[in-house]
Ligand binder design. Sequence first.
Ligand SMILES: [Zn+2]
Ligand SMILES: [Zn+2]
Length: 427
Amino acid sequence: MSIHIPRGTADVLPGEVELWQFIEQKSRDLCQRFNYKEIRTPIFEHTELFQRGVGETTDIVEKEMYTFQDKGGRNITLRPEGTAAVVRSFAEHKLFGDPNQPVKLYYIGPMFRYERPQAGRMRQFTQFGVEALGSYDPSIDAEVIALAMGLYEELGIHDLRLEVNSVGCNTCRPVHRDHLVQHLGERREELCADCQSRFDRNPLRILDCKAEKCKEITKQAPNITEHLCDDCSPNFEQVKEHLTRLGIAYHVNPRMVRGLDYYTQTAFEIMAEGFGAITTICGGGRYNGLVESIGGHDSPGIGFAMSIERVLLTLQSQKIELPVKRELDCYVVAVGEQAEKEAVCILNKLRKHGLRADKDYQGRRMRAQFKAADRNQARVTLIIGDDELEKGIAVVRTMATGEQQEVNLNEVVNFIATNMNTIEEEK
Ligand SMILES: [Zn+2]
Ligand SMILES: [Zn+2]
């Protein structure tokens, strides 16, 4: 019996992988322009990191983690998200002592959640995320949002909707929480089972429950923005002002909550029209209490994460073709024993010259070699037979025009390299 891929995972094959590479490259390029540096943390961490860093009451920690005991009896979890590990690393390496503050980091890599697989929701998925640690300045909130929006825009994704909110801080959130609990108290029994259990532990999360009944019950519930304190209120105003100055359109969504204590102030989501309904493709926000809860040192932070799978689905549903380069520069067609040997050397020289080049390895006839050149979208073919070899020449054919030229064998690699630049310019 043959073995199949595990449920909720996917192979990325040639043909599609170029799209991944393009998006990853674009993300790296954008991060460089914003001066965010890459950080690579392990795929697995101590389970406790996520219990503390993601939160015991979250669906991720309660239901979705890949957790196991290793052979040394340690509790290990495949990372379900990126922030906790970045924050752990920031604290562990005392990056808060680095004179360059804030410490601006990004990551791209696989994450793991045991969920019911569906479009845009995989058990292994790839996240691109950034974290800026060490600054309270509202302009860094705007910068992080601008970076996320910038990536989508540069990929050509349109009809984006940015929603922002402030979830307050340890001073003002308890006030809101009390108002909320009081407001919902009478109808507690009518809430969905999840929300009834959230009621004592994490009532703010009732506000973003997707159940119709809960939505109806919370319709008139007090908003956090009504209770923001003297620190959080002006902070939120400044973040919005920066966004306006940057020309980034936003909608305030006072129902957006991130129920955990270390999420503070700015919260945001980016949505796009695509694959069915409008879908959240990026989420982020401030977590001024998180570093302390993981590493003991009090440092503010803000970041976002987005899944590359969802970027791809959005591109697909908006019918956007990325300008990925798939074609070969040169395919070497050789006929005859000596010519085939010579082809090996020429091919090597072409590659050393920085060209994308290939040849036949299947002993195909000339016609079939030309077909292979077409399949590889070769821009030129270099043709050598034993006769040409004797005369010290090769034939170069430009595939688009069918134009052919005889070129001295010693100069042919240079000739093709120059030719390639001309084709590039004409494009
Ligand atoms: Zn506050
Ligand atoms: Zn509910």
